[in-house]
Design a binder for this molecule. Structure first.
Ligand code: NAD
Length: 489
């Protein structure tokens, strides 16, 4: 069985740690390869080489640095089929979902290609007699990202194209559950010809993360994952003087007003809740039907859940794949059971055992529960599985109050034909990404990917101008030349 290697200073090298973890296809239980458990020595090696490379890389003009990104874009596009297949095998999602990830990754490369303009500073002439003042942006040094399992391709691209385009060097630490996809991507990206040490890949789990959080040379850390770990990463990283952005978990609500278009809204809601088997940080978990929307939508949503085809993501008929691990499946089943025991009604029960033709996979079919009491875990915590929690209320104000009472603030969406209701919603809801008649309000790469409350720790988000600010520090220069001095005085 192949054990994946780290990519450090332009070479594929084994981990300093001898222990390995299996990487498993969630759709059928097949072991695909092993990944090193990782250790601090791997990060020491990568950080030292990345720091050494940065001294030269920052002197390459921005306009030349982005030429590597143009090549990377072409490499991703030309190899999209292979990458999507790998991504599906490791993460369990469908091929269409894997392809969509690659598109989002490419979009971030495209935006980062605008760095020569995005990095431009500010200049004021004659702020006093003969004195000019200006702001320049300079890279921080070495950056690193710590990625979750649910988007094996896309998430590193929220960060590293901006980091390297602004003159930093970089270390990617993929999730140990899906490390093969990023390994293959880095292999392919070698074809872009980046200088040694500019882009590095290090595998591992907690010990590797802890080394990133404390290594002197690493100055900027982008984390995406669960809230518990995001909080830890933010606290420990900032304690060690790093700039940290930490995106956490979510519990997103969709509000359906009685005037919403029935057929389209039903389709969009089902896609939002069940896409990627509910394992998206922008996925809807709670669907709040306001007033008469209850009678118009409940049966249709139940029907949409019952008719979704669930099987291995490589099967072209698949509309939903497996959840990431057996533990994950057991946890989601326990959340459904807890809700039922506490009085919820399970309208569609996805706990049906193995899916035909995909024995050994971690499947839960689309599930719908209603009347979930506040005391049940399903009401308040992130489920991260294909479970729709139906809630009913009388007014939009009640729906907004219910959303705002939650711990998370990643996304919230409203479905309506009424502009005033939509405006109230987008203004008053405490969430960083808002959808109006949109089920997954994922910002395009030229907007920052927001997140509020316990869904985000930090100030600057990933993507676009926020990413440029995150990976650079400003220097203010106040300047006078001596001939001006003589002339003036
Ligand atoms: P996770 O928190 O378990 O793992 C994320 C990363 O942290 C991995 O690389 C892992 O190796 C590392 N890690 C895990 N435990 C650690 C620990 N104790 N100490 C240090 N490092 C540790 O998350 P996951 O299960 O891989 O991903 C799912 C979560 O990610 C969900 O909560 C989802 O909402 C969230 N997510 C959020 C966003 C967003 O934009 N807010 C996007 C995608 C996923």
């Amino acid at each position: 069985m192949r054990t994946l290697k780290n990519f450090i200073d332009g070479a594929w090298v084994g981990s300093h740690s001898a222990s390995v973890l299996p990487v498993v296809d969630p759709g059928n239980g097949e072991v695909l390869c092993n990944v090193p458990a990782g250790c601090a020595a791997d990060i020491e090696h990568a950080a030292e080489k990345a720091a050494a490379a940065q001294g030269t890389w920052r002197n390459v003009p921005a306009e030349q640095r982005i030429q590597y990104l143009f090549r990377m874009k072409r490499i991703l596009e030309e190899n999209a089929d292979e990458i999507a297949t790998l991504c599906t095998r490791e993460s369990g999602k469908t091929l269409a979902e894997s392809r969509a990830e690659i598109v989002r990754a490419v979009e971030n490369i495209e935006v980062a290609c605008g760095i020569p303009i995005l990095m431009q500073g500010e200049f004021s002439e004659d702020v006093a007699q003969g004195i000019d003042e200006f702001v320049i942006r300079q890279p921080l040094g070495v950056g690193a990202c710590i990625a979750p399992f649910n988007f094996p391709v896309m998430i590193a691209f929220w960060f590293f194209p901006y980091a390297i385009a602004t003159g930093n060097t970089y270390i990617i630490k993929p999730s140990e559950k899906v490390p093969g996809t990023m390994t293959r991507i880095v292999e392919l990206l070698e074809g872009a010809g980046l200088p040694k040490g500019v882009l590095n890949l290090v595998h591992g789990g907690k010990e590797t993360v802890d080394a990133i959080l404390t290594h002197e040379a690493i100055k900027a850390i982008s984390f995406v994952g669960s809230t518990k770990v995001a909080r830890y990463v933010y606290a420990k990283g900032t304690e060690h003087g790093k700039r940290v952005q930490a995106q956490g978990g979510a519990k997103n609500s969709l509000v359906v007003m009685p005037d919403a278009d029935v057929a389209t809204t039903t389709r969009i809601i089902a896609d939002s809740v069940y896409g990627c088997a509910g394992q998206r940080c922008l996925a809807a978990s709670t669907v709040i039907l306001v007033g008469a929307a209850r009678t118009a939508f409940t049966d249709l949503l139940v029907e949409a859940a019952r008719t979704r085809t669930t099987c291995h993501g490589l099967d072209r008929t698949s509309q939903m794949g497996a959840v990431i691990t057996r533990e994950s499946r057991i946890r989601i089943e326990a959340v459904i059971e807890d809700a039922a025991r506490k009085g919820a009604t399970v309208l569609v029960d996805g706990r049906t055992g193995p899916v035909t033709g995909s024995a050994g996979g971690n499947y839960i079919l689309p599930t719908v529960i209603e009347n979930v009491p506040d005391s049940a875990e399903a009401a308040t915590t992130e489920i991260f599985g294909p479970v729709m929690n139906l809630q009913y209320c009388e007014t939009l104000a009640d729906a907004i109050a219910s959303i705002n009472a939650g711990r998370y603030g990643n996304a919230a969406c409203i479905f309506t034909r009424n502009g005033s209701a939509a405006r109230t919603f987008r203004r008053d809801v405490l969430a960083g990404n808002i959808g109006v008649n949109i089920g997954i309000p994922a910002p395009m790469a030229f907007f920052p990917f927001s997140g509020w409350k316990e869904s985000f720790f930090g100030d600057l988000h990933g993507q676009a101008r926020h990413a440029v600010e995150f990976f650079t520090q400003t220097k203010v220069v106040v300047e006078r030349w001596y001939d001006e001095w003589t002339r003036t005085f």
